[in-house]
Design a protein around this ligand. Structure first.
Ligand code: 6R9
Length: 681
């Protein structure tokens, strides 16, 4: 499982690391007071500063999480047990005995105190056309939708699939599910009909919610048509609720329900269901190292608590701030930091429908100025893209509202970090590089919270969040206890935000996350702990590629490629790409006697991949080879292929176990032909 790749990568990363001390929390000055920071901390004996609070949170985890859960969530009935977890069985339960409703925590309680506060700013594709929705309005939308779902037969425990672009009705749909006790399964609207169908079937959804069309970067996308194609192969689907994002009508069948029209017939009051802490809140599919994406399951109380606490403290979010997370709601970042975390905190959250370069590369910063965004949370791939357009696109706009800048999804290289900090943040905003995963539910490692004035090192996620106890393990499974070491990143005790299982595949859950290092949750990432004890994430240790922050399993891609007529077998490899982080390079072996022009084959493969998965999964390079380098036992030597695509052919390592050493030379020659000897185009 552990590949040697990342040791090399680490060396490059650390040596290029331009260390710089960055001071923060200056506004808190010397009068830092733990109680003013986290009110619950007053009750924690001996805690007087951040590091004391962190130690308390991991050593007295029951007391820490118990106090925080009582203080920050509204319960219908109190929990009797803080945690009941056993990693060896993959058993994770938090706040058992407790009952609550997530939508009440995100909406009703704020409607009681500040009904006219803006909950949501929908930043529509066309700049300057944003729509503001107050807590009172969002609750009304949610209740009407909840009532409609009930009228359409959706019951507690059902799973509703949501295939929508970022829009208020998507958010209200998620909250409506939570209100009536149904689980949601949001599928990113960039996924193809086949990928959508797979997820609908696996989740056994009978209801799908979508829009007639989406609008992104000035282009109209026929989302309803994609749903129509998908549900042809989904016998469980009984109804499709269709909201109107554009004015264009689309064909409707008996199965389709016009959402706005039917919703307006419903009452604005919908009784929230009392849910158990461990009832399912949602499924979210993500790629792993097998061909089949896994539906990670998150539950009610623990997830909500963890996202709200991290939202509050990692970003230093305060009442009245405008929080701008520009992710899509189809990913975990959107779930945790557009919807649940900010709303649980009564915050104002931005829902971004557009792209970083529409109508021009100043879009983000024009939006920051117009909406007065205080915390901006985005992806390194977008930062890398924008920095190529130059500083002027940033400097044209007033960014004085910004207080914290966040980064998520993939490692942020020093150059991008520096630019984000110096140009976007004018050198005055802390940049928080936040490491976490769909599996972890919320941010686990980030430079903040920390002691006031603690340094921030570019490109480092640095410190574990409250309650998170990271560990690095070597290939033998031994814990590396000293600093300045590199290993598999694991987490050694449970936290409330972690996923509970894989939908219908608990065994896959335990095998993937708990068997590799018994007693630990294994993240799939490698990390380095510096001399100072700061964590730096290196990247995946398994066969997952990270394309623009989107996860893609190599096996998932190979399954599709192998179905292409004429293809005998294939190997998909990630290579470093200066904007996307990683690009996809596919080696293909054709069946005997098949003759096809390489560009015709490439075109066919790309079409198949966008039809079966999504556009982002399309290979950048496709190389036809006579055979793949394999061991004598028939295993593809990915390590060798990686070295070839990374142009490290003088470090191929030990090739003695190769079945046919000549195959490597052929692969190298073909690679040179395809990409030339120069730099990446
Ligand atoms: C939130 C999210 C998770 C994988 C993760 C890791 C990579 C995320 C990172 C990072 C380096 C960071 N990743 N944040 N790598 N630095 N700050 O992205 O979830 O889509 O499940 O991806 O992304 O490899 O394991 P998800």
């Amino acid at each position: 499982m552990m590949c040697s790749l990342w040791r090399g990568t680490l060396l490059t990363l650390t040596s290029s690391l331009n260390r710089r001390v960055f001071q923060c929390c200056r506004q808190l000055g010397r009068s830092y007071n733990i109680a003013s920071c986290m009110p619950e901390a007053v009750a924690f004996q001996g805690v007087s500063d951040h590091s004391g609070l962190y130690k308390f949170s991991v050593n007295e985890s029951d007391r820490f999480w118990g106090a925080v859960a009582r203080q920050r969530l509204s319960w219908i009935s109190p929990f009797h047990t803080v945690q009941n977890c056993d990693f060896s069985q993959g058993k994770i339960k938090w706040f058992e005995g407790g009952k609550l409703n997530v939508s009440v925590n995100c909406l009703d309680r704020h409607v009681q105190t500040c009904p006219e506060r803006v909950a949501l700013i929908w930043e529509r594709d066309e700049p300057g056309t944003e729509v503001k929705i107050t807590y009172r309005q969002l609750l009304e939308l949610t209740c009407r939708l909840g009532n409609l779902l009930k009228r359409q037969g959706v019951r507690r425990g059902d799973c509703v699939t949501i295939y929508m672009p970022p829009c208020p009705l998507a958010m209200a749909s998620m909250l409506a599910c939570a209100r009536i006790g149904a689980a949601h399964n949001v599928v990113f609207a960039g996924f193809s009909s086949e990928a959508l169908a797979d997820r609908i079937r696996d989740a056994q959804s009978s209801t799908v919610i979508t829009v007639n069309q989406g609008v992104r970067g000035g282009k109209v996308v026929d989302l309803k048509r994609t749903v129509d194609q998908a549900v042809q192969n989904c016998p469980t689907v009984q109804q499709v609720l269709v909201a109107m994002r554009t004015e264009n009508t689309v064909p409707m069948t008996d199965r389709d329900v016009p959402l706005e029209e039917e919703m307006m017939k419903e009452d604005v009051v919908c009784e929230p269901v009392a849910m158990d802490s461990e009832d399912v809140l949602f499924l979210l599919y993500t790629s792993g190292s097998t061909g089949k994406p896994k539906g990670l399951v998150h539950t009610q109380a623990g997830y909500l608590l963890y996202t709200s606490l991290t939202h509050r403290y990692v970003f230093n979010y305060h009442d009245g701030d405008v929080f701008g997370c520009v992710a899509d709601i189809g990913w975990i970042t959107g779930h945790s930091y557009i919807v649940y975390g900010p709303l649980c905190n009564g915050g104002t959250t931005v829902l971004f429908e557009s792209t970083p370069v529409y109508p021009n590369p100043g879009r983000y910063w024009e939006m920051v100025e117009r909406l007065g965004i205080n915390q901006f949370y985005g992806a390194p791939t977008a930062i890398r893209l924008l920095l190529k357009y130059g500083d002027e696109w940033v400097q044209n706009y007033n960014r004085s509202s910004l207080k914290t800048l966040g980064s998520v999804g993939e490692p942020i290289n020093t150059e991008a970090w520096e630019w984000y900090h110096r140009v976007v943040g004018d050198g005055r905003c802390p940049v928080v590089d936040t490491w976490w995963q769909t599996e972890t539910g919320g941010i686990c490692i980030a430079p903040r919270p920390a002691d006031p004035e603690a340094e921030i090192v570019p490109g480092m996620a640095m410190h574990p969040f409250y309650g998170i106890k990271p560990a690095l393990l070597d290939t033998e499974g031994e814990v590396l206890s000293s600093n300045d070491s590199t290993g598999a990143l694991c987490i050694s005790q449970a936290w409330p935000g972690m996923a509970r299982t894989i939908h219908n595949h608990h065994q896959r859950f335990t095998e993937t996350y708990f068997h590799p290092y018994p007693g630990f949750f294994f993240t799939g990432d490698g990390a380095h702990r510096s001399k100072e004890g700061y964590y730096q994430i290196i990247g995946r240790l398994d066969d997952v590629i990270n394309v623009s922050g989107h996860r893609l399993g190599t096996a998932e891609l190979e399954d599709v490629v192998n179905q292409c007529p004429g293809v005998a077998e294939s190997a998909a490899i990630g290579y470093s790409h200066d904007i996307k982080g990683e690009g996809v390079y596919v080696f293909v072996v054709l069946k005997k006697a098949v003759m096809v022009e390489e560009d015709v084959l490439a075109q066919q493969l790309r079409e198949m991949v966008s039809r079966s998965i999504a556009k982002y999964a399309c290979p950048d390079f496709i190389q036809v080879v006579r055979c793949l380098p394999k061991t004598r036992s028939g295993k593809i030597m990915r390590r060798v292929l990686r070295k070839v695509v990374e142009r490290n052919t003088d470090e191929l390592g030990d090739l003695s176990t190769l079945d046919d050493p000549d195959s490597v030379h052929e692969v190298i020659r073909g690679h040179r032909r395809l990409r030339g000897d120069g730099k990446q185009q």
